[in-house]
Design a protein around this ligand. Structure first.
Ligand SMILES: *Cc1c(COP(=O)(O)O)cnc(C)c1O
Length: 367
């Protein structure tokens, strides 16, 4: 079976380095928030051109702690997209605020900036755009709307490490940004991890305190925080992956270009081209088809894994039935949840395997 993501190949390719780094961590004897975490935070801050990087236990916590550190909670609204992984909205709900959804742009699958302003109310506090599948959202327009209405902007960059918008890196485009190091993300470790990037020193200090039981002085606590830290082992692995991330992302872009070239003329598929002023890193490579479910069965029968991101839009999730959304509220999102199909994509997908996937899709369409 050709998997959607070749994780084993990825970690196999740097296995000797991982084993050596694990031995170093064992010898050093610092296992939580040690020198490797500090080095990772420093390197990423330098790379993104931000002054602060705070690593945490996972991407969901990164979102929750950022919202919390901004004092966003009960009685507040946060505008976001209904077409994302659940954690984006879950984080908003987790701090007691209400997610307010806005439909997506059919060409990028990111939040439709022309529909944001009509959803802003007196209790809106922030906009939380997602760089879906690795393509940056329309950040200039979002920041402009936010400035006009006095709102915070927090990037959900969990799928987009290394992506860029008008030559500027994702993670440096708003008040703060949140990343995930879950294994399948394009920069991922062999477990959970996450981080917040910002140039707001006060925000970073509040998050550092929150991730560590509301404490800055050992055993003295002036607020209720949580336990959300990155392990040394994961930081060590991430430092190795960080050395590779640009070549891995470049390989993703090359494979995406091959998919584009060889699939664009198939009549049962539509492929949205990437926006020209940004660098899409293809965390996922998705195509649209009205025959999606049939295509999935055909691919499975031919030993090719595919994926559906996301089958149930967030406004129609059972847990949000109290928010009174109904089918038809966000037609673009709903259409994409029925049409989008993710094809295998990872830097370790071989061109021969990709050719087989392309050939199999051609035969499915009888083309
Ligand atoms: C993965 C993901 C998250 C959550 O990250 P975890 O590390 O799994 O908690 C949040 N938002 C988006 C868009 C994601 O893809």
């Amino acid at each position: 079976m050709i998997p959607l993501v070749h994780l084993q190949r990825q970690f196999q390719s740097i296995k000797a380095d991982i084993v050596r780094e694990m031995e170093n961590v064992i010898t050093n004897g610092r296992y939580i928030l040690g020198p490797k975490v500090a080095e990772l935070e420093e390197k990423i801050a330098h790379r993104l051109g931000v002054s602060e990087v705070v690593s945490v236990a996972n991407g969901t916590d990164a979102l929750v702690l950022t919202l919390e550190a901004y004092g966003i909670g009960a009685g507040d609204e946060v505008i976001t997209t209904p077409f994302t992984f659940f954690a984006t909205a879950e984080a908003i709900s987790r701090v007691g605020a209400t997610p307010v959804f806005v439909d997506i742009n059919p060409d990028t699958y990111n939040i439709d900036v022309s529909k944001i302003e009509e959803r802003i109310t007196a209790i809106t506090k922030a906009i939380l755009p997602v760089h879906l599948f690795g393509q940056p959202a329309d950040m200039d327009e979002i920041n402009q709307i936010a400035r006009k209405h006095g709102l915070r902007v927090i990037e959900d960059a969990c799928q987009a490490f290394g992506a860029a918008y008008k030559e500027r890196p994702v993670g440096s485009l708003a008040d703060a940004a949140c990343f995930s190091f879950f294994p399948t993300k394009n920069l991922g470790t062999m477990g959970d991890g996450g981080m917040i990037t910002t140039s707001d020193g006060e925000l970073a200090a509040r998050i550092r305190k929150l991730r560590h039981h509301g404490s800055t002085k050992k055993y003295y606590h002036d607020s209720i925080g949580s336990n959300s830290r990155l392990d040394e082992l994961h930081a060590a692995i991430l430092l190795l992956c960080l050395q590779k991330i640009d070549s891995w992302n470049e390989k993703r872009r090359e494979l995406a270009e091959r998919y584009h070239q060889k699939l664009h003329n198939l009549s049962f598929l539509h492929i949205a081209p990437a926006e020209r002023d940004r660098t899409h890193i293809y965390h996922l490579f998705c195509v649209e088809s009205s025959r999606r479910d049939e295509a999935i069965k055909w691919l499975t029968r031919h030993q090719i894994q595919s994926g559906v991101y996301y089958p149930c839009p967030l406004h129609l999730q059972e847990v949000y039935s109290n928010l009174s959304y109904k089918p038809g509220d966000f037609p673009v999102t709903e259409r994409m949840s029925e049409r989008l199909l993710a094809l295998p994509m990872s830097p370790f997908l071989l061109e021969g395997e990709q050719d087989y996937i392309i050939e199999t899709l051609r035969r499915f369409g009888g083309e």
